[in-house]
Design a protein around this ligand. Structure first.
Ligand code: XMP
Length: 516
């Protein structure tokens, strides 16, 4: 039986960087969880706690609406690192004083390290860090010493090594803080004495045991396999735990990219020997979509059909009382709405939201504690094909949201060929590793062209290539002229039905990555 991993609790005090801090901690091979202040003590009690990180946040510690952090966090007997607001709160709570700084400090700042110890072990002299604060600590609590300073911030880093309490006014989690990762690593290794053993092998072992404990000796699981990295890795973990008691279902909705179904079948049926049912539901989806041009309507119909088809298949496995899902950690983190803003529903992402309740099944979610990078690392560890490990995100409604106007079998076939040219050329040129997504879009316009001596009147294909770190914001990416012209020539010469190719040069926001 594996024991729970030693863990760090990250208390989100309203920062935009909570997940970034968590990813850095995980990169240092340490398990961590994020909790809002209201649940911090409860989560701390559940973990095998080795340290706490208090994040930054937009409030002032002396403001009435400042997040209420439980002071008991400082009495748990584990080291605490406060970042920006976290440092200010800790210092104030321990008897120091915080006030508005004479000069606000934003952006790159030169940090002078006075003591190359604890957080700064191995980091001497000066380094560049990222600051973003209006308040700062003006008087340190008893027992605290200065570790580093900047021109306008005398206590840019301070701490009490005896208690393991440290505070930094800057943000070590962002890459602009050149040696920030080393500082976080030092906190974990030097201060919290963590071994850094949260690695694919131990994660797999732990998840497999957990799955077995949930499912029992004869329980069965059904899982919707999409061929994306999340459901694929979830399937491999569950399969490793319970073998043929996992039944995976792949729904071909007719809206997939070229070769997609073949890769999934070859990988999971032939290579991993999963019990995989491939349902060809193309006709059903295309019939529902006939005459539909409204983007939200398309998404709704596809979501509904998916649930119906999946449910029918899942119910065939009468002994299966569990549903496997590739839910990731970012989907389950409670976010802290310090600004109280509304998050508008921009697009109704359907995914498999309606499934669990409907089916009345228990859930098996082996990726619930993992970030995407960790899921990829586990996929590789389990020998998963790189084409799946590195697969670019593909929306649930598939090509339907890249076909503007009506979705028909012919228009799907047209887009599928052009998209294959875009993806294969970009991959052959080795450019895909820098990109978040790269695909073709079928526009609902026809335009005049000339081929040979004849006039043509055909469709227009847009190329969408973006870089992004999480899909929330994105920049359009420029490919070199030669690659773009090869893609354009091939589409027009090889795909009957297109006579024009255009490049989408819009960023998100205000555009979105998908066109619908
Ligand atoms: P947008 O178009 O909103 O897309 O900028 C952001 C990211 O989400 C993906 N996307 C989806 N993923 N189901 C999904 O699983 C969906 O319905 C869906 N719609 C968009 C999109 O590909 C991009 O990566």
């Amino acid at each position: 039986m594996t024991t729970a991993p030693k863990a760090v609790l990250i208390v989100d005090l309203g920062t935009q960087y909570a997940q970034l801090i968590a990813r850095r901690v995980r990169e240092a091979s340490v398990y961590c969880e994020i909790a809002p202040p209201s649940r911090a003590l409860e989560v701390a009690a559940r973990l095998d706690l080795a340290g706490v990180i208090l994040s930054g946040g937009p409030a002032s510690v002396y403001a009435a609406d400042a997040p209420r952090v439980p002071a008991k966090l400082l009495e748990l007997g584990v080291p605490v690192l406060g970042i920006c607001y976290g440092m200010q709160w800790m210092c104030q709570t321990l008897g120091g004083h915080v006030q508005a700084a004479d000069k606000r400090e934003f952006g790159r700042t030169s940090l002078v390290i006075g003591r190359a110890e604890a957080l700064f072990t191995g980091i001497e002299g000066r380094t560049v860090v990222w600051m973003s604060h209006g308040d700062q600590v003006e008087r340190l609590p008893a027992g605290f010493e200065v570790y580093a300073s900047s021109d306008t911030c005398p206590f840019a880093a301070a701490g009490d090594a005896r208690r393991g309490f440290f505070g930094v006014q800057f943000h070590p989690e962002v890459t602009h803080s050149l040696r920030g990762f080393e500082m976080l690593q030092n906190f974990l290794v030097e201060v919290c004495k963590l071994a850094g053993d949260w690695k694919p092998a131990s994660i797999v072992e732990r998840e497999v045991e957990k799955i077995r404990a949930i499912v029992g000796n004869d329980g069965e699981v059904v899982l919707g396999l999409s061929g994306g990295v999340d459901s694929s890795v979830a399937a491999l973990l569950i399969h490793r735990a319970i073998g043929s008691r996992l039944h995976s279902i792949f729904v071909d909705n007719g809206l997939l990219r070229k070769n997609e179904r073949d890769v999934v079948e070859a990988t999971f049926k032939q290579h991993y020997h999963l019990d995989l049912t491939v349902v060809d539901a193309t006709d059903r989806f295309l019939t529902s979509l006939r005459g539909v041009t409204d983007p939200e309507q398309k998404r709704k119909l596809i979501g509904r059909d998916f649930v119906d088809v999946f449910k029918k298949e899942a119910l065939r496995f009468q002994r299966a009382h569990f549903l496997g899902q590739g839910t990731l950690y970012p989907d389950v983190i409670e976010s802290v709405a310090v600004h109280g803003g509304n998050t508008a529903v921009i697009k109704s992402h359907h995914n498999v939201g309606g499934l669990p309740k409907d089916l009345n099944m228990g859930l098996v979610e082996p990726l619930r504690e993992l970030f995407k990078d960790e899921v990829r690392a586990i996929g590789r560890y389990l020998g998963l094909d790189e084409r799946i490990v590195n697969r670019q995100p593909f929306p649930g409604p598939g090509l339907a949201v890249r076909i503007l106007g009506e979705v028909t079998a012919e228009r799907c076939a047209l887009l599928r060929e052009a998209d294959h040219i875009v993806t294969s050329e970009i991959e052959a040129a080795g450019k895909h590793t820098e990109l978040w997504q790269y695909f073709a879009v079928l526009l609902p316009v026809k335009s005049v062209g000339v081929m040979g001596d004849a006039r043509t009147y055909e469709s227009c294909c847009a190329i969408r290539v973006v870089s992004s770190t999480d899909g929330m914001t994105a920049d359009w990416a420029l490919l070199d002229h030669e690659l773009l012209s090869r893609i354009s020539n091939r589409i027009i010469n090889e795909v009957r039905g297109f006579n024009r190719v255009v490049l989408d040069i819009s960023s998100k926001p205000p555009a979105t990555i998908e066109w619908e």
